[in-house]
Design a protein around this ligand. Structure first.
Ligand SMILES: NC(=O)c1ccc[n+]([C@@H]2O[C@H](COP(=O)([O-])OP(=O)(O)OC[C@H]3O[C@@H](n4cnc5c(N)ncnc54)[C@H](OP(=O)(O)O)[C@@H]3O)[C@@H](O)[C@H]2O)c1
Length: 274
């Protein structure tokens, strides 16, 4: 790892024994479990002895993860679902409420990014519907369904957001940015309302992570990034902390500065978008 990379993306510090204590035998629901950050999270959770309920569309990957988890002594099941499909999501929510013995942690991690100029999306309203349904609505639906179960255990909801949603909106990212910002605001409200119920709500504003999602964009290949394993570590650490949010250290400084300078940032983007 280069010096710049290790400064901007320091490895998360984790106490393995604490993680094992807190996750061993607990029921954990993970969305977007089949690839990228979700897959890495599931692998870490099985190592700590968690019981798993996995959601995504890719059946072979989910099957294999469940097989590995069971071989390590965990209980594990999965449901293949397109979380953008409202009827399918309703049915999953019904199943979860009826069949899960308990829920201690809900990681809402499934997500999709779209990078497209609005002028090229004139006949693509579905881009916005789908991004919103996956990145925002499925998180709300699952959280509301599992609210009674989380309340019984004093459980934790962790949402995987993006550090980009802390900065002034950039061209081409309207669908992704809007869906992440909607989720951030919803989680902030839930954190206030559910504190007295004993439920923790957390948002991880992750920076660039090397996964199938980010690798689609060649502009990101040369940039420093977290591995999916480290990003999963950040989510686990946040789930056990009292903090509402994780942000990379540099975002604490640069995001407020960028907001203060928003008119100049917009001017720059207007020039760049021509
Ligand atoms: N990678 C980054 O640089 C980065 C940075 C900040 C935040 N994030 C956020 O981190 C989360 C995970 O991203 P990632 O980088 O790990 O992406 P990824 O490698 O593309 O994985 C996305 C996961 O979401 C699932 N998914 C996608 N569409 C779905 C759908 N319609 N229904 C159900 N599941 C669906 C995928 O499974 P199937 O294809 O099997 O359905 C996959 O398991 C996302 O919320 C993303 O916005 C990523």
């Amino acid at each position: 790892m280069s010096l710049l990379s290790s400064i901007l993306y320091p490895a998360p510090r984790l106490h393995e024994s604490r993680l094992k204590n807190r996750f061993n035998g607990r029921w954990v629901v993970v969305t977007g479990a089949s690839h990228g950050i979700g897959e890495a999270l599931v692998r870490r959770l099985m190592h700590y002895g968690a019981n798993l309920y996995l959601l995504a569309r890719s059946e072979p990957e989910l099957q294999e993860l469940c097989r590995e988890a069971r071989a390590m002594g965990c209980r594990a099941s999965y449901r293949c679902v397109d979380l953008r499909d409202r009827l399918a999501l309703n049915s999953v929510c019904g199943d979860l409420a009826k069949t899960l013995p308990s829920v201690d942690f809900l990681f809402c991690n499934a997500g999709k990014s779209i990078c497209r100029r609005l002028v090229d999306a004139a006949d693509r309203l579905h881009d916005f519907d789908r991004t919103m349904d996956l990145n925002y609505r499925s998180m709300v639906a699952l959280s509301l369904t599992l609210l009674p179960a989380l309340r019984r255990t004093g459980g934790q909801l962790v949402y995987t957001s993006s550090v980009s949603s802390l900065y002034p909106p950039a061209p081409k990212w309207s669908a992704y940015h809007a869906s992440k910002c909607a989720s951030n605001v919803w989680c902030r409200t839930a954190a206030c309302e559910w504190h007295s119920l004993g439920i923790g709500v957390h948002v991880a504003y992750l920076p660039l992570v090397r996964t199938p999602m980010s690798q689609v964009n060649p502009n990101y290949h040369a940039l420093p990034a977290y591995s999916a394993h480290d990003a999963a570590g950040i989510l686990l650490r946040l789930a056990l902390s009292k903090h509402f949010a994780y942000k990379p250290w540099w975002a604490w400084v640069t995001a407020p500065v960028a907001s203060f300078l928003a008119p100049f940032v917009r001017f720059f983007y207007q020039k760049a978008a021509r």
